[in-house]
Ligand binder design. Structure first.
Ligand code: NAI
Ligand code: 15L
Length: 269
């Protein structure tokens, strides 16, 4: 696939979308923006629902690739997740296929494998082919997205890199995030690698920085050319002083998905 230049960024009004709107143009991309919500100071952004195939057809026409961030990003009743994340992602793939888009970078999540026990002591890092164990309907929708991506590669030759993002925020804000943090700058590096690596088929990668306390294996991400530069460790002493060391007997800290396993944050809309 030739290096993509015009990229549709879905979910462009969201937290990660806003960070990537700032960073991805630095890699030479022309971004076309899409979200359910209008975006201030972006009059050309497409305001559309993922469940509107006609609007998606227009939005994907002529783009070289898609970075798909749109959707419900926390736990919600199944019916809402079904619409936005499952049907919505299907519609995007279907319109991308119809318009001949070559590649999608799909924002999967650690919550697709959130019920996986977190490694302790000398345990090996969690491999990318660990069985999927969603911790929520939200995580289940990300697991669906990964299967959808595999189907569209196998059946239609539409490539995807599914990025199981850890926690992509300007700074880690919890002890758990010390292991999962993806700095925004590393996030842009990873998306750029996912957009430009050759022959990805459907590749699943974990998305985090080179954290000292890493829980998962970044080999498949590095194979795309991703070279993380950040590490959450400078934040560790302060966060541990405030929140304490993780308690292995606390169920909310025993799994990759953290408190999503016991008390998931609910999508507010
Ligand atoms: P966010 O909630 O801030 O942004 C999501 C955006 O999607 C919102 O602007 C929302 O308006 C839009 N959206 C929701 N439903 C839509 C629909 N039906 N049609 C069109 N747009 C719709 O979430 P955030 O943090 O920016 O995450 C972006 C993506 O990355 C999400 O898919 C999330 O699941 C995934 N992710 C994010 C992580 C993070 O650390 N920020 C970690 C793991 C995954
Ligand atoms: C996610 O998948 C969420 O979208 C994000 O808001 C964070 O909660 C992140 O996981 C996390 O696990 O920290």
């Amino acid at each position: 696939m030739p290096a993509p230049r015009t990229v549709l960024l879905t979910g462009a009004a969201g937290g990660l979308g806003t960070l990537m709107r700032g960073l991805l143009p630095g890699y030479g991309y022309d971004l076309r923006l899409l979200d359910l919500r209008p975006i201030e100071d972006e009059p050309d952004a497409v305001t559309a629902d993922l469940c509107d195939p006609a609007a998606l057809r227009e939005a994907v026409r002529g783009v070289d690739a898609i970075v798909h961030l749109a959707g419900i990003s926390l736990e919600a009743p199944f019916e809402k997740i079904l619409k936005a994340n499952i049907e919505g992602t299907y519609h995007l793939y279907e319109e991308a296929r119809a318009e001949g888009v070559g590649r999608i970078v799909f924002a999967s999540s650690n919550h697709a494998v959130g019920r996986t026990p977190r490694p302790r002591g000398a345990d090996p890092l969690i491999p990318v082919d660990t069985p999927r164990r969603p911790d929520t309907f939200y995580g289940l929708s990300k697991s669906f997205g990964e299967d959808l991506a595999q189907l569209y590669w196998d059946r239609h030759g539409l490539e995807t890199v599914s990025v199981r993002i850890g926690s992509c925020f300007p700074e880690p804000t919890s002890v758990r995030m010390l292991s999962l943090w993806l700095s925004p700058a590393d996030g842009a590096r990873l998306f750029h690698a996912a957009l430009t690596a050759e022959h990805v088929g459907h590749t699943v990668v974990y998305g985090s920085s080179a954290n000292t306390r890493l829980w998962w294996d970044l080999t498949s991400a590095r194979a795309l050319g991703y070279e993380p530069r950040d590490d959450s460790e400078p934040y560790a002493a302060k966060l541990i002083a405030e929140q304490g060391e993780p308690d292995p007997d606390d169920e909310a800290q025993a799994y990759l998905g953290g408190h999503f396993v016991t008390d998931p944050p609910i999508w507010p809309y």
